[in-house]
Design a protein around this ligand. Structure first.
Ligand SMILES: Cc1cc2nc3c(=O)[nH]c(=O)nc-3n(C[C@H](O)[C@H](O)[C@H](O)COP(=O)(O)OP(=O)(O)OC[C@H]3O[C@@H](n4cnc5c(N)ncnc54)[C@H](O)[C@@H]3O)c2cc1C
Length: 467
């Protein structure tokens, strides 16, 4: 292993992978080193997928390793620049659209399903929009390509094979602990194995999993950041019948609401028709809720799940929104013995704890088997409870049945993409030689934009190296 290379990429999530891919496409002569704290994709194995109980692996196989948080994600690729990140703000709308198209082509080249959901049902979409307007909800149109969890895993496996065959070196099970800066220039990294690697260009692509670490590094080496947003909320689960019209015509209904009481933004996110609610573990064993849907018929359930997220922006002097989100999730973990809390919407409204007995009365069978019936009012601040309630009432006008007593709310879902690193159009930070991309830099929030970001930064690197 050479300790001096041209480019070091920290993190092998979609952002890092597409950066490595593009560097090899355009400059196969470059020496590219990826350093990834998790395992190679074939060694990533989440025991919970079989046992349904989390074994607390360290590092977590769901969020670390080749393909990062993408490997076991539901693999829904948003094809609109309006969704999944800030690339349009940084690069311009047209450029972001072009890059998304290019990264999408790469997913297709590596085996993605060619069907696109959410474009062909014009009359039905007009009807949904009419109902949304009536409920003061904004409908965001976003065509989706759905890889499906198991197909997504295969596509990323082929990408791993591809970048390795093109000569990219990947150090797995290795965490970057430090970024070496000399005279205001980033010149290399140190790893937890005690090694040092040097490069002309370093890309931080550490994802949400590495966002805390990168935030600390930013403070330590003086990279400019600004406090971002934190999204906190619940995962909602209903019978497929309740969401059928939206699922069949939009696949993913992206609806945004500004609540009447607090004027807070609440949005729907990551809908999984016939899917499963899942637990996701962050460093330190923090359990948060998520959801996914398998493509194969044999894995389908009768339920649809989606997230309802309240966006919180903080003002001075508060500057640790990630901590805020974690504290809320920790509170829920504390009440539920480290597991996910579940409450029926009927109990949520009546301010009482859900019981096993009341859970069994429903048409709806929870798909997250180890969730603990509880009371979300002991977890969320009043403001978030009101925001969620008002959003559910509004959604009920678009998809009647959603505000039924049996609807399940799982807590806590938190999206930790709040540390926004200040970058220019080439994703350069205020430290020369160090670029930051993807979810960990607060630039993106989804697979497609993270992948497009990887392509874009690779081209910027090549431009600099060739200047
Ligand atoms: C369960 C789940 C489901 C999801 N479903 C969808 C979906 O359907 N559609 C969608 O668009 N998005 C989805 N997402 C989000 C999507 O996975 C992310 O937006 C995307 O993976 C971000 O890519 P990234 O490259 O920025 O970061 P990541 O994918 O998070 O990759 C970052 C990598 O960096 C590594 N790393 C971190 N710190 C270090 C360090 N110090 N040293 C070495 N390595 C480090 C991590 O181990 C990780 O592998 C989902 C996420 C999860 C967790």
């Amino acid at each position: 292993m050479a300790n001096n290379v041209d480019v070091i990429i920290i993190g092998a999530g979609p952002g890092g992978i597409f950066c490595a891919y593009e560097l090899m496409e355009k400059r196969p002569d470059l020496k590219v080193l990826m350093i990834e704290k998790g395992r190679s994709i074939e060694k990533r194995n989440c025991p919970k997928r079989v046992t349904k109980t989390c074994a607390g692996c360290k590092p977590c196989s769901i969020t670390t390793g080749f393909a990062g948080a993408g490997a076991f994600s539901d693999g829904k690729l948003s094809l609109s620049p309006d969704v999944g990140g800030n690339l349009p703000e940084i690069l311009g709308y047209d450029k972001a659209t072009e890059l998304i198209h290019e990264s999408d082509e790469i997913y297709i080249k590596f085996g993605a399903d060619k069907s696109v959901y959410g474009i062909d049902k014009e009359a039905e979409i007009r009807e949904i929009r009419r109902k949304a307007i009536n409920a003061n909800l904004k409908l965001v149109e976003c065509p989706i390509r759905h890889l499906g969890t198991e197909e997504g895993y295969k596509i990323y496996s082929k990408l791993q094979e591809h970048v390795l065959s093109k000569g990219v070196e990947i150090l797995f099970n290795t965490m970057v602990t430090d970024i070496i800066v000399e005279d205001g220039v980033a010149i290399g990294v140190k790893t937890d194995k005690g090694e040092e690697y040097r490069a002309k260009e370093i890309v931080s692509a550490v994802g949400r999993e590495g966002a805390d670490w990168f935030k600390d590094k930013c403070e330590e080496i003086g990279i400019e950041t600004k406090p971002g947003t934190v999204d906190v909320g619940v995962r909602v689960e209903v019978r497929d019948e309740v969401m059928q019209f939206l699922n069949e015509n939009l696949y993913e209904a992206k609806l945004i609401y500004h609540t009447p009481t607090f004027d807070d933004k609440v949005r729907t996110f990551c809908t999984n028709p016939s899917g499963e609610v899942a637990t996701e573990y962050y460093e330190g064993g923090l359990a948060v809720v998520n959801g996914h849907a398998y493509k194969g018929k044999e894995f389908k359930t009768n339920n649809t799940n989606f997230a309802l997220l309240v966006s919180k922006n903080f003002t001075k002097p508060f500057k640790t929104p990630i901590e805020y989100g974690k504290k809320i999730a920790e509170l829920s973990n504390m009440l539920c013995g480290g597991k996910i809390l579940v409450q029926t919407y009927g109990d949520f409204r009546r301010g009482r704890r859900t019981t096993e007995e009341r859970l069994c009365r429903n048409n709806l069978i929870p798909t997250l088997k180890d969730a603990v019936p509880g009371d979300l009012s002991l977890v969320f601040p009043h403001r978030i409870m009101v925001d969620l309630d008002e959003m559910i009432q509004a959604l009920d006008k678009v998809t009647p049945g959603l505000a039924s007593d049996e609807t399940l709310l799982y807590g806590v879902e938190v999206k930790f993409y709040s540390n926004k690193v200040i970058v220019n159009k080439d994703f350069e930070t205020s430290i020369k030689g160090l670029r930051a991309i993807g979810d960990g830099a607060g630039v993106t929030r989804g697979l497609q934009q993270a992948s497009a970001n990887g392509l874009s930064v690779a081209r910027s690197i090549i431009k600099t190296l060739e200047a």
